[in-house]
Design a protein around this ligand. Structure first.
Ligand SMILES: [Cu+2]
Length: 266
């Protein structure tokens, strides 16, 4: 994986969160390239403006000339400059983006190694669910950690499926450069893989109400061993009574039985 930051100067004061993911460098590269090329063109335009201000200053040219210009020459110049901008900005960024989508972000991992997680954000908290021993979601042995807590093993592909309890939220992992909306009536999916252990932030990236600012989750990337120890220590799925309580009391929060059958991504 090449990091464009080594080759292209960008906005020097930008200090993005540490990238600890397999594919985050792709997003950084697109941002880095965009930074570089727009800074370069902005510089050229400002330099040209300064040059003409100096060249046609009023002391040398006290009287304004009435000019029609050269229609053909100017037309060619405009088209050429337009093409240079289009080809070097739009086409390059499109090409990079679609390559990344195809190779990484839309290329969902399959197989036994993949850890599957269901997420149901709500105003204003994150609910996560693991399948448990039967590997099925929405069953009694599902593992539901305390709200806002998400643990994952390092160097393991993780697929998260999302829907929302109420309004639209957006699952955002700044350290992985990924973001996915949780939308009412839909199950959406995203995948990522951590390359380093540590503790990171989960943010909501969709303005979802007055408490949006405090909608923060805690992601812990652990070694595989630590992760499975942690998982086995979590309380198993709670009983039918919790489901019956849903709606009786506003403060009870979310029902514990909210999972759905896993949907295979094509
Ligand atoms: Cu939210």
């Amino acid at each position: 994986m090449t990091n464009l930051k080594k080759w292209l100067p960008g906005i020097w004061f930008m200090d993005p969160p540490k990238d600890i993911s397999l594919d985050g460098y792709r997003i950084d590269n697109v941002i880095q390239y965009t930074d570089f090329v727009i800074t370069l063109y902005f510089g050229i335009v400002v330099a040209a403006l300064a040059f003409f201000v100096w060249k046609y200053n009023s002391r040398k040219h006290p009287k304004a000339a009435y000019e029609h210009g050269d229609k053909k020459k100017h037309l060619i110049m405009t088209v050429v400059m337009g093409m240079v901008v289009f080809l070097s900005i739009d086409v390059v960024i499109e090409t990079m983006s679609f390559r990344d989508l195809k190779e990484a972000f839309w290329n969902f991992p399959k197989g036994k190694d993949v850890l599957r997680i269901e997420a149901m954000p709500m105003q204003y908290a994150w609910n996560f669910r693991y399948a448990g021993e039967d590997e099925e979601f929405g069953t009694d042995d599902d593992v539901v950690p305390p709200q806002n807590i998400l643990n994952i093993p390092v160097n393991t592909p993780v697929v998260v499926q999302l829907t929302t309890y109420d309004v639209i939220h957006s699952f955002y992992l700044p350290n992985f450069r990924i973001k996915q909306d949780a939308t009412p009536g839909m199950v959406t999916a995203i995948w990522f893989q951590a390359t380093e252990t540590g503790e990171y932030e989960i943010a909501c990236a969709e303005l979802c109400g007055n408490g949006h600012f405090k909608m923060k989750g805690y992601l812990k990337v652990q070694s595989k061993e630590d992760f499975y120890t942690w998982l086995s220590e979590q309380e198993p799925e709670v009983t039918e009574d919790d489901w019956d309580d849903w709606g009786d009391d506003e403060d009870e929060g979310v029902p514990t039985k909210w999972g759905w059958p896993w949907k295979e991504v094509k």
